[in-house]
Design a protein around this ligand. Structure first.
Ligand code: SF4
Ligand code: MG
Length: 330
């Protein structure tokens, strides 16, 4: 497989003001990420809110320049490409189909907007392209003249998907595309995305806080924690043999409890840390059940073994695994 988009050591910092004295602080929303998105894959990016996954999405979409590092397409920096080249490469589908569609435009105008902006085709050609993609995503042709508020949440998300696909991009980055939808509508949209990916030969990046959803759709999964990818593996392998304690904790939290056994053990005792004040060493250590001597002072390095990357001292042959365990959190 070849990489369609590559992120090398990408970081994104934000200056924020916090506290009584509005002191300026630096937030590392994304912190040194390496990622090669392979043609034809569905890359799931999963993590709790605040982990930096939406920031990473915006960087991959060319909507936000990285503070450090580079995102490259075919050897060229994403920031060097013109808007048309970026639009042909990568398109977004955002979480909220209520706010991401202009309420004053008709559906056909919304779907055709990227074609208008980039001056693609004649008016008649654009109309044909719009009706073809609307049909492909399951929107009846008479919806063309309607407004977003006349459509259901699922229908609006189909509009957002049609708008993303009308440019025939190589990659679609979906940021929580089903989170605002009812469960039954969610699975329709997921299945639609899977069909489209096959039929239209598009690569998907699918961002979600929900590991169950990601398992359904992704071929490879990246688990993010406080701005870092802490584990990355083919989906079946990540679920069969999760290596990072955080991934294991996330997985155990999606298991259905057996009747009578109560709430499943999540393994995540402490609250998500403040991204403005990340823990030292391994950023997961305050919540980790397996933390041991080096964890609170030394940051783990990425370790790659047959396509499975994890960032945890437990798997590092250079770290003495027999060092004593730290007190587990309460
Ligand atoms: Fe837990 Fe230590 Fe591994 Fe971090 S490096 S996940 S604290 S065992
Ligand atoms: Mg988000």
């Amino acid at each position: 497989m070849t990489a369609v988009l590559e992120a090398n050591d990408v970081s994104r910092l934000f200056e924020v003001r916090r506290g009584m004295f509005r002191k300026k602080r630096t937030l590392h929303a994304v912190n040194g990420i390496d990622l090669a998105i392979q043609a034809g894959e569905v890359l799931g990016i999963v993590g709790e809110s605040g982990c930096g996954k939406s920031t990473l999405a915006k960087i991959l979409l060319g909507l936000l320049p990285p503070s450090e590092g580079r995102v490259r397409y075919g050897g060229r920096d994403l920031t060097e490409l013109d808007r048309f080249a970026v639009a042909k490469l990568v398109q977004p589908v955002f979480q909220d189909p209520y706010s991401s569609l202009n309420p004053r435009r008709r559906i056909a105008a919304i779907v055709g907007f990227p074609l208008d902006v980039h001056g693609i085709g004649t008016k008649a050609e654009r109309r044909r392209m719009v009706s073809a993609i609307m049909e492909r995503v399951g929107l009846p042709s008479h919806f063309a003249e309607r407004y977003p508020n006349e459509l259901s949440g699922g229908q609006r998300q189909r509009v957002a998907i049609a708008r993303a696909l009308v440019m025939n991009p190589k990659i679609v980055v979906c940021d929580e595309p089903t989170s605002a939808l009812d469960v039954s509508v969610q699975s329709q949209i997921l299945n639609l995305l899977l069909e489209l990916r096959k039929d239209l030969d598009v690569t998907l990046v699918f961002i979600s806080h929900d590991l169950g959803v990601v398992e359904h759709i992704a071929t490879r999964v990246a688990v993010m924690y406080l701005g870092r990818i802490v584990e990355l593996a083919p989906t079946h392998e990540l679920f069969a043999d999760p290596k990072h304690p955080y991934t294991r904790a996330l997985l155990s939290s999606i298991l259905t409890p057996e009747p009578g056994l109560g709430i499943p053990e999540t393994g995540l005792g402490e609250a998500y840390p403040d991204p403005l004040n990340p823990p030292s060493g391994c950023r997961f250590h305050p919540r980790c059940r397996q933390r041991f001597a080096p964890c609170d002072t030394q940051a783990p390095r990425p370790l790659l073994a047959s396509g499975h990357m994890t960032e945890c001292h437990l798997h590092d042959p250079q770290i003495d695994g027999s060092l004593p365990q730290k007190d587990a959190y309460p």
